[in-house]
Design a binder for this molecule. Structure first.
Ligand code: BGC
Length: 734
């Protein structure tokens, strides 16, 4: 790396950075080509694999100095044993780097990232990443393959579960929070891990919502929608990046020099390391851009890939490529430098075992403090989608409650997917949490009624009988944890199996009594049928280790729902992709026939981005602008009074949306540009203020560079993206 690019690296001071670079060069000078390639090689240990295992001899390769990083290995004891081989048995003793998918917690599992994003609480998300890092680091892990910052607008795609939803602005803030949470202030600390911004780029744009499928987006959409969260990660000093499996407009990301070198390094100044996704170099062959592994390896290194995850392509091909003069030794050195740099930044050369510590492992993992934080996160992630006649919270003086549904007694399912080293036995099911909460004072009967996804209706009758007998009914419905996540896409995103029928029959049988549904799922579902059947729906996502307890507290009003959707819930799958930043089109919807709409479904979603009810109500006063005009370098303040008009305390997410009315390219009808989460006692009011500056008004211009244009803007503030009325102001020319 040149001295110039070092300057943009905020990891350490100049003298320290110089020292670091000298250390790298000294080491590099001693290394053989095979050892260098070893540093660019990552193999999986035999736990938690997510793809084909190419080569199981990783330990032998470590011993030979031909494998410098391992993933899917953890516990202080196991990682120490592997580290010992690298440090004590290899010629140069270069420490191993241990990676793992610590996606939403390590052992104390937090809600899936999509759920947690619904908290709209950046501090909470940062803290949950911090805790995940603390637990993982205590078990020998140096590096997490997270956060996933792919904007996703197609809920058929299973990996929406791992991201922060559909919105670019919010996605950027969440990406920064998560990177800062994982990496902390000081990478050498024993409780911080390298973060990895993935999957670069536009993986969320997989055609037809099918995982790994091609992506064909315009350069504008790439620049406006998919790239900004990655840029936000670079600005937050993320130290590693992972190219996506997919192609974009004909070029697989793993072979894209435009993305990995020109955009990432040259334009954005990224100084960290790029690791492929699982066997992604090998996949350049089926993609059809490489005839064989040799060509695949060459394409990847030319694009700017520093480390090969699990494919063994660098491992088997690079030496020959260098010898044949097809890859320059300098290109290898550059990749090795980037790998060594992050190892040094972690402090591994000072103490290779600093992350493997049984004592810390014991005290940090699943600590009461971490579990309490996981419960808080579960609470804050839940979104009350519907609550007719204040069905929820249930009255505490109920004598009996029927808990019905295939997930009522589930433990493991509450962890969702990608739950790292999480353990289903640590989870208390919803039914068990309710039993624990009430002891004998409420008679709780539990019955499945049906399975999640089969057609056996033999239990329905018993469920209906239980509903008739109880004072109130709780339905616990949804998806299995493995119905979302990687390689878990669905074409029909309604509730699977007989669950709608169960909900309908049970609700009909319980007429006149409170009936509410809790949902566990990893994506927005198309639940028009359920929403018609039941009066109340609490979206709990996959809430993690402490989800059961968090739900029990919320159902009875000991806590209150405060989450807001970060992804639209369609009325029907035919509306997909559906997102609130829609454009007007030349024929905006109206009662005229020849306008942009469907014959058989409204354009609006069932539940909009930003939507979420509480146990109280809020009213918004008139919106006040500090001026009708804003100078180009000035600012404007917009304020509004929000009042809690109900009988309970509650939290409101006050959302600021902007629309650029006329611009040189078409602009969305509204875009989120700020929010404040406030807490109000009954009857209390608060004035909420936002400052709008040039930053909020800047967009991607015709040349794909940031542009700000004078003209009229509309500002809207409300409790969801459905907010309609705004006020206008004019941005003056310079
Ligand atoms: C996923 C990545 C993950 C990797 C390692 C891949 O299949 O796409 O997100 O980090 O596996 O487990």
């Amino acid at each position: 790396m040149s001295k110039k690019s070092l300057k943009s690296q905020k990891v350490c001071s100049k003298p320290l950075a110089d020292k670091l670079e000298r250390k790298i060069e000294t080491l590099l000078a001693k290394m053989t080509l095979a050892e260098k390639i070893g540093q660019m090689t990552l193999f999986t240990a035999m736990w938690a694999e997510t793809g084909p295992t190419i080569d199981r001899n990783f330990l032998q390769y470590v011993r030979e100095g031909r494998c410098g990083s391992i993933f899917n290995a953890y516990t202080a004891e196991y990682t120490r044993s592997l580290q010992k081989v690298a440090v004590e048995e290899t010629r140069l003793g270069i420490p191993l780097l241990f990676g793992f998918d610590v996606i939403h917690g390590h052992r104390s599992i937090f809600p899936i990232p999509l759920g947690e994003a619904c908290s709209w609480d950046l501090e909470l998300m940062k803290r949950s990443a911090r805790i995940a890092a603390t637990e993982a680091a205590a078990e020998g892990i140096h590096w997490t393959f997270a956060p996933m910052v792919d904007i996703a607008r197609d809920p058929r795609w299973g990996r929406v579960a791992e991201g922060a939803g559909e919105d670019v602005w919010l996605g950027c803030r969440i990406a920064e929070a998560r990177v800062r949470g994982f990496q902390g202030e000081d990478l050498t600390a024993d409780d911080t891990v390298l973060a990895c911004a993935k999957h670069f780029a536009a993986y969320g744009g997989a055609e037809a919502g099918r995982d790994y499928n091609i992506v064909d987006v315009s350069e504008r959409t790439l620049a406006e929608v998919y790239l900004p969260p990655f840029k936000a990660c670079v600005d937050a000093n993320v130290r590693t990046f992972m190219p996506a499996f997919n192609e974009i407009a004909g070029m697989p990301c793993t072979a894209s020099r435009t993305l990995l070198t020109e955009t990432l390094r040259q334009k954005w100044g990224f100084t960290g390391m790029v690791v492929t996704d699982y066997t992604a170099i090998n996949e350049l062959i089926p993609h059809g851009v490489a005839a064989d592994l040799t060509q695949a390896g060459q394409l990847a290194i030319e694009a700017g890939v520093d480390m090969d995850m699990q494919g063994g392509v660098y491992f088997t091909q690079l030496e020959a490529l260098v010898n044949a003069g097809k890859v320059l030794p300098a290109a290898i050195d550059e990749g090795v430098r980037r790998v060594l740099r992050v190892k040094i930044e972690l402090g591994l050369f000072d103490d290779p075992y600093r992350y493997c510590c049984e004592k810390r492992e014991k005290s940090r993992v699943l600590s009461p403090e971490h579990k309490a934080a996981a419960q808080k996160a579960a609470e804050k992630s839940m979104v009350l989608l519907k609550n007719e006649d204040d069905t929820l919270p249930f009255a505490k003086n109920l004598r009996s409650l029927a808990v019905i549904g295939p997930l009522a007694e589930s433990q493991l399912e509450l962890l969702g997917n990608w739950y790292g080293a999480g353990d289903g036995n640590q989870v208390v099911s919803v039914a068990a949490a309710l039993r624990e909460k009430f002891g004998k004072s409420v008679n709780i009967t539990t019955i499945k009624g049906c399975e999640v996804d089969d057609e056996d209706d033999s239990q329905l009758k018993a469920a209906v009988t239980a509903a008739k007998k109880a004072d109130a009914v709780l339905l616990v419905l949804g998806e299995y944890g493995n119905m979302s996540g990687e390689a878990a896409c669905r074409v029909d995103i309604d509730l699977p199996g007989l669950q709608n029928r169960l909900a309908e029959e049970v609700t009909a049988a319980a007429r006149g009594k409170p009936v509410a549904a809790v949902l566990f799922n990893g994506r927005p579902l198309a639940i028009s049928r359920l929403a018609k059947a039941v009066p109340a729906i609490l979206e709990a996502w996959f809430p993690g280790t402490m989800g059961g307890q968090a739900i029990a507290e919320m159902l009875f009003g000991d806590t209150s729902p405060s989450g807001r959707l970060v992804m639209s819930f369609p009325r029907h799958i035919g509306q997909i992709p559906i997102y609130y930043t829609a454009k007007n089109t030349g024929r905006p919807i109206s009662s005229d026939k020849y306008t942009s709409k469907y014959l058989d479904c409204p354009n609006t979603p069932l539940f909009a981005f930003g939507h979420g009810l509480t146990y109280t109500t809020f009213s918004y006063g008139p919106l006040r602008l500090s001026a009708a005009e804003m100078p180009m370098n000035g600012e404007i303040t917009v304020s509004i009074t929000v009042t809690n008009t109900g009988n309970r305390a509650g939290e409101e997410v006050v959302q600021l949306y902007l629309r650029d009315l006329i611009a040189c390219v078409t602009r969305p009808l509204k875009e989120l540009k700020g929010f404040k989460k406030i807490s109000l006692e009954p009857g209390a009011a608060a004035e909420v203020k936002f400052t709008i500056t040039a930053a909020e008004l800047t967009f991607v211009g015709p040349d794909l560079e940031p542009l700000i244009e004078p003209g009229e803007f509309e500002v809207m503030i409300g409790g969801s993206s459905s907010v309609a009325d705004g006020q206008r102001f004019t941005l003056l020319p310079k």
